[in-house]
Design a protein around this ligand. Structure first.
Ligand code: 2HA
Ligand code: ZN
Length: 272
């Protein structure tokens, strides 16, 4: 089977294209990765080559041997749909978990995303905590979330509570809340470690003045999470633009009643 005929490839490309259409991927902004299932990679082994081993920059021993489809460094989401073999690659992590090799794609050369350390460290955390269910890590430059990082305190409690109040479904979609990381230099080990620590608690993390990371089981749920958070942020930006205070909102008791009916647990520290 060709990689381009697989469902995971089609799902990956559709998600990248959807992200482009949302306006979250100016130029080469954002990146996407998917941890490929055993049966999926086995169906395309004829197409895989053996690239040279290159260092990741972080250590991900729990991902040894795993294959990932990832966007390429410097590649534009805008081009993924029309030229996927130039924009994307499949990598395999080596047995020690400190290096990878490109086994498919990037036909005109290049490297996996500059945020590979963050992607892989997030995958490692989520693989462990969800017994392997979570397979997608997504980074996008979500306009309204970024705007809020200039005017709200950079605290998990503030962002979680404010975003929950902006749309009734938010506490059901991200009941664990959302993490916020102060501005850091992107593309390296430090921001990867800080983000992976957030992913021990949350499915989404905000990078102040930069964007967001979302994780999930599949393309639909991960894209849906990014979309839900960004839409709540858009409503908050609009609300704050009309007037600085709210005349009414969803209260702590309302959130408790919602949690009971929808059978989710909302941490008390977000309900004060
Ligand atoms: O250019 O989004 O964070 C890709 C990025 C870096
Ligand atoms: Zn970015």
């Amino acid at each position: 089977m060709r990689v381009e005929d697989t469902d995971f490839f089609k799902g990956f490309v559709r998600m990248a294209d959807d992200g482009w259409n949302m306006g979250w991927h100016e130029r080469n902004g954002g990146n996407l990765s998917y941890r490929i299932k055993k049966e999926e990679i086995e169906s395309v082994t004829d197409e895989l080559a053996d690239g040279k081993l290159q260092e990741i920059g972080v250590y991900v021993p729990d991902l040894a041997g795993e294959y990932f489809m990832v966007t390429g460094s410097g590649k534009f989401f805008r081009n993924v749909r029309i030229n996927p073999t130039d924009s994307l690659c499949i990598i395999q992590i080596n047995e020690t978990g400190d290096s990878y090799r490109i086994v498919w794609g990037l036909v005109n050369g290049g490297r996996p995303t500059s945020e590979l350390p963050s992607h892989l460290m997030n995958h490692q955390v989520k693989k462990k905590l969800t017994d392997g269910r979570y397979r997608v890590v997504y980074h996008a430059h979500t306009t309204n979330v970024i705007a809020l990082t200039f005017v709200l305190p950079l605290k998990d409690e503030v962002f979680t509570r404010q975003l929950w109040e902006m749309a009734t479904e938010c506490p059901v979609v991200f009941p664990d809340g959302i993490g916020v990381i102060k501005w850091m230099v992107p593309g390296g080990r430090d921001i990867a470690i800080a983000t992976a620590k957030m992913m021990e608690r949350y499915d989404a993390a905000i990078w102040a003045h930069h964007g967001m990371f979302a994780t999930g089981e599949d393309f639909d749920l991960t894209f849906g999470l990014m979309h839900t958070v960004e839409k709540a942020a858009e409503i908050l930006v609009k609300t704050l633009s009309i007037r600085p205070d709210k005349l009414q909102t969803i209260t702590s008791d309302d959130l408790r009643r919602l949690a009971a009916d929808f059978m989710v647990t909302l941490p008390e520290r977000f309900l004060e």
